[in-house]
Design a protein. Structure first.
Length: 582
């Protein structure tokens, strides 16, 4: 059942002679029949703009027409923009909790249940004051409860995004759940317990961190010391999310133990180190690539989670646009040449290469790869891992591979001119070569290869196809809500839209951890190197000239691919512009 109390906003507009009585009736009818909120209906009818809607809501709150909680629950607006303007209008302090170092020891003094009930987060203190972020600054119950909790200090209230407050309160709840484990670790400090003991508290804590990240679908774990705490974050669907926050004294034994696991020098804190280790988590073996970096407050530790037993995804299940899939699949049937897959770190390039090799492998072909590291093991494919200590670099491994009579070669990454030159030469001497490159789009890969010192005529003869890709977050199917785009945005993307379309936006629910998104899928563009493009490369044509020709001949860009997905409700327009618009 819809919240009818927000319809008072319509009456407020009528009283201020902004709309007529007939408008009131038709708006109320549309509100009952459609899935849109009142704000979206008013914007769609061009009664107010997105900016003026925020001003209208602030005026309604000041006139006691609606409550601030009504805005949070019933209006799809930019909450941070609203709160910033709201705080200025009412002389309140607005705080972005993601931009401050929250002192979690203050929250630990109070039970999570109490803070959660009043939607308040104490985030710092000084000699006289406790600074608290609140959801509703006018809630008298919140003020009274806070004053009873912190009796000896003054309460300084700030207004903050409710979602940020809830996320930090969730960290306090997690900290309470591991309180016994933290106390066990501290007890071990005092008794100088043996850190190699498999039952030690710090090993249990590491196991908990790894398990939590893996269960939540994380790809990386970030352990970062701050001035007042130790923050553990996991990259889930491409976005970092805090999973633990410990007191600062837990960081030294945690980082030292991880270094020992990866055979790193625990005494070296002045320069970066890299290593790896394996661990059994939930009866399954995982590899972890670990990297340390000295920072002002200690050392940042980042671990990449590698599941070697992960089931291979089929090429047709990667979610490519049908035309892009057709072009990429056709390129793989070439007898020789080089196919590049480009994109930033974490965009799924290796997964695409593995899916491609998996689709064309058979007993009649010799396929050899050189990778750093080997992430997934595949049958019928010989996989070599780079080992810099043994001087087994990409270039050296590639030279040795060419003496193994391969049909197809996969190079994990082209990092230098030497490797690229050998790869190009291999592709021109009868081998089909797959590799990755770091460029923003497919056409830029051509200029990148030439800039690395390869002659244009060699590039034109070797290149078969270039795929550029990104991973874009999918909207949660349980809580996504319909939305309408403004005229300026529709004009910008109108030529890419299908005949029928409906856009949705993220809202957030328990099933998606209040992010509004669940899972990711690939958007891509595939540039097939035909005779005309090969000729343009050999002549040294500019990127703009090649782009013009490609688009005139049916090239589908990543942005276009993403717009098509957003128009069908798979993702949001905000996510499209975040990921795909340069």
């Amino acid at each position: 059942m819809k919240e009818k109390k927000v319809l008072s906003i319509v009456e407020f507009l009528y009283q201020n002679q902004i709309i007529s009585q007939e408008d009131v009736k038709s708006i109320e009818e549309e509100f009952e029949e459609s899935e849109d909120d009142i704000g979206s209906i008013l914007i769609k009818r061009k009664i107010v703009s997105s900016e003026n809607l925020i001003i209208l809501l602030i005026e309604a709150i000041k006139n006691n027409i609606i409550l601030i909680n009504d805005v949070y629950e019933n209006f799809s607006i930019d909450i941070d923009d609203f709160l910033l303007k709201f705080s200025r209008e009412l002389n309140l302090d607005y705080i972005d909790l993601y931009s401050v170092d929250v002192n979690y020891t203050l929250g630990a003094k109070v039970s999570y249940q109490k803070l959660s009930k009043i939607h308040a987060l104490p985030y710092k203190e000084d000699d006289l004051n406790i600074y608290v972020a609140v959801k509703d600054p006018f809630d008298i119950n919140t003020q009274d409860t806070l004053q009873r909790i912190f009796r000896n200090k003054l309460i300084k209230k700030s207004i903050a995004n409710p979602e940020q407050i809830e996320k930090h309160l969730h960290n306090i709840e997690i900290s309470e759940s591991v309180k016994d484990l933290v106390q066990e670790i501290r007890a071990e400090f005092k008794t100088t317990a043996n850190e190699t003991d498999e039952s030690s508290g710090i090993l249990k804590l590491i196991e908990l961190v790894l398990k939590t990240a893996i269960i939540s679908g994380g790809s990386d774990i970030h352990i970062e010391p701050t001035e007042s705490s130790c923050v553990v974050r996991s990259r889930i669907d491409g976005m970092l999310k805090e999973i633990f926050v410990f007191d600062k004294d837990i960081y030294p034994p945690l980082s030292s133990r991880l270094k020992l696991l990866a055979n790193l020098d625990i005494a070296e804190k002045r320069k970066p180190q890299d290593g790896r280790f394996s661990a059994v988590v939930m009866n399954k073996t995982y590899d972890f690539r670990i990297s340390t970096l000295p920072i002002m407050t200690g050392e940042s530790v980042v671990m990449r989670i590698l599941d070697k037993s992960k089931v291979m995804i089929k090429l047709e299940e990667l979610g490519m646009h049908p035309q892009n899939y057709k072009n990429f699949r056709a390129a793989m049937d070439a007898p020789y040449g080089i196919i590049f897959v480009t994109g930033p770190t974490g965009s799924g390039k290796t997964t695409t290469l593995y899916a491609g090799l998996n689709a064309i492998k058979n007993v009649k072909r010799k396929i050899i790869t050189v990778e750093d590291p080997v992430e997934y093991q595949m049958s019928l494919i010989q996989q070599t891992q780079v080992n810099t200590k043994a001087d087994l670099t990409f270039a050296n491994a590639l030279r040795a591979i060419l003496r193994q009579d391969p049909d197809i070669i996969m190079i994990g990454e082209v990092r230098d001119r030497e490797t690229l030159k050998i790869a190009i030469e291999a592709s021109l001497t009868g081998h089909l070569v797959f590799s990755t490159l770091h460029t923003n789009d497919a056409i830029s890969a051509i200029t990148r290869v030439v800039d690395m010192g390869i002659e244009p005529y060699l590039v034109s003869g070797a290149l078969v196809a270039i795929q550029a890709q990104r991973l874009i977050r999918k909207l949660c199917q349980f809580c996504k809500v319909r939305t309408t785009l403004n005229d300026h945005l529709l004009e910008d993307i109108g030529s890419m839209l299908p005949r029928e379309y409906q856009f949705f936006k993220a809202r957030g629910c328990e099933k998606c951890s209040n992010t509004g998104y669940a899972g990711r899928e690939m958007i891509s563009e595939v540039l097939t190197i035909d005779d005309n493009i090969a000729s343009m490369i050999a002549r040294g044509s500019s990127k703009e000239e090649i782009s013009k020709y490609a688009y005139e001949n049916g090239f589908i860009s990543m942005f276009n691919d993403a717009i098509i997905r957003a128009s069908g409700g798979k993702t949001s327009i905000e996510e499209v512009y975040r990921v795909a618009k340069s």
